[in-house]
Design a protein around this ligand. Structure first.
Ligand SMILES: [Zn+2]
Length: 162
């Protein structure tokens, strides 16, 4: 094997080990925060930022998907903006919850409220259905809180024109 190739493989393995060791620690969550903030700024022009420490706290306080209860590892954890950034949701802790990949994917740009209703109406995804039935009230409280605190202020609202 040429030396360059060997070096490259070795670096890759070391990088992976480093990542595994740090998973769930602050540098890991800092990276996650950076990527969330970058997307918020780039796609939605939102300049509010979450910190790695906030994400770490959120994950440590509940590692279960808000919508289906699935218990998640740091690397399978998605952070969902309960009110999507596209709908004036804030890029702040108040508007974030832990979600599994499947719920996050299906929810897409629905609000948390709409997604819960979607689960109730369609029974999909199956794993969320029973969870939502049982936890409806707690979910409602958390969602309402997010709708009050986790919304961007002074947002230019196109609906004013219609
Ligand atoms: Zn889920």
């Amino acid at each position: 094997m040429p030396t360059g190739e060997y070096q490259r493989r070795r670096d890759k393995i070391l990088a992976r080990e480093h990542k595994n060791r740090d998973e769930g620690r602050l540098p890991y969550w800092n990276d996650r925060a950076r990527s969330i903030n970058w997307k918020a700024a780039k796609r939605y022009n939102v300049t509010e930022e979450v910190t790695g420490a906030q994400l770490m706290d959120l994950y440590q306080s509940t590692s279960a998907c808000l919508y289906c209860g699935e218990d998640l590892l740091p690397k399978t954890t998605h952070f969902d903006h309960m009110t999507p950034l596209s709908k004036s949701g804030a890029n702040t802790l108040d508007n974030l919850c832990v979600a599994c990949g499947e719920c996050n994917f299906i929810k897409n740009d629905m609000t948390a409220e709409q997604y819960i209703r979607y689960v109730e109406d369609t029974g999909e995804p199956e794993k969320a259905y029973d969870w939502v039935l049982i936890h409806r009230q707690e979910l409602q409280i958390k969602i309402q809180e997010a709708q009050t605190k986790g919304v961007r202020e002074n947002e230019f609202d196109v609906s004013d024109f219609f």
